[in-house]
Design a protein around this ligand. Sequence first.
Ligand SMILES: Cc1cc2nc3c(=O)[nH]c(=O)nc-3n(C[C@H](O)[C@H](O)[C@H](O)COP(=O)(O)OP(=O)(O)OC[C@H]3O[C@@H](n4cnc5c(N)ncnc54)[C@H](O)[C@@H]3O)c2cc1C
Length: 378
Amino acid sequence: MQSPDALIAGGGLIGCAIARELARRGLRVLVLDRQEPGQEASWAAAGMLTPDAESVEEQALVPLGNASLGLYSEFIGQIEGETGMKTGYRREGALQVFFGDGAEEKLGQWLAAVRRAGFRPEPLGAAELRRAEPALAADAAAGALLAEDGSVDNRLLTQAVAEAARRAGAEIRAGEGVARVVREGGRVTGVETRGGKIAAERVVLAAGCFTAQIAGAERYAPTRPARGQMAALRPAAAPLRRVVRGPSYLVPRDDGRLLVGATVERVGFEKAVTAAGIGRLLGDAVRMVPALAAAPVVETWSGLRPDTPDHLPILGPADVEGLWLATGHYRNGILLAPATARALGEWIVEGRTSLPVEGFSPLRFATGVRDRDQTAIG
Ligand SMILES: Cc1cc2nc3c(=O)[nH]c(=O)nc-3n(C[C@H](O)[C@H](O)[C@H](O)COP(=O)(O)OP(=O)(O)OC[C@H]3O[C@@H](n4cnc5c(N)ncnc54)[C@H](O)[C@@H]3O)c2cc1C
């Protein structure tokens, strides 16, 4: 490829979705990933599409989460249509369930918080819960249905989006990490890799929790990892139709697996699964659906969520012309992929975005003074 119009650092779901969007808008796009693309958080996730899940803690995320959920069906239709690949997309809703003593009271508190964030969950009593999901434990006492929620097989989706990006004309290069953003006279001129400089007028940093390791990125994107451990069971018969959230969450897949997630741990970049982590998840799973006690555990893994100091994503232009960020999606990057891709596509090509991105600017972290004279930032 001659010099790309846009170079994207990071070939996870976010980088690939942006690559597809920009290529469809006529730009020559090059994605660089330091390893095989799509093997980090986008591979490790549960794939829940639940904008209400974190609404209690991160209300600022609700408008963008809702907007992205609203784009999802069209996005999946396009990706599956462009590639002929399946993504395991399901829109069966999600159940929030409270078990045992005090369930009604906990539901009341949860409903108040979620309604404050603008959601309209449908409260369900014990009998209704069991009608909705008969495998739930006998003491599933109170809960609510979030009818709009869904899930997607994030591993399949990430592969399909990468393929859609390639078919739209983007090049995705594995094994070539971005070490540094290079600029001259206040604008970006490319990036430095181990192989030397690659020129590009626009650079998008989308390297997940590793973004802060790229020289020139850390002042805009102080990303850090939040480890999540997960397990997959393969029950003899699918016990659940939809996502069920309780002390942990359960996510059914089309291939018969049932995912159990997830821990949230601040342990740096160490991707281990631990006895305590997996033990807790499996205990919760059996507590929620007792029949799972007999289900074989077919896989355990962990991944690193791209967290930020305020747990909100980092999206949009930096104060250096041609430098863009799309990272820090923390617990919601699968949900937020369609909206992120559209926002970056609109911003980069049209100069503005129609999506609700207030509060996510990379400049909120950039306290350092701009140094105009260096040829590299950082
Ligand atoms: C256990 C777990 C459960 C989750 N569950 C959900 C969920 O249910 N729903 C939801 O919406 N989200 C969920 N998430 C969050 C979601 O996975 C992330 O927010 C999302 O995948 C982030 O995508 P990304 O492309 O930004 O990052 P990643 O997928 O991490 O991709 C970053 C890419 O950048 C590459 N890279 C790193 N450094 C460089 C460099 N210097 N140069 C070039 N490339 C580089 C990496 O190799 C990688 O391919 C979960 C995450 C975890 C870990």
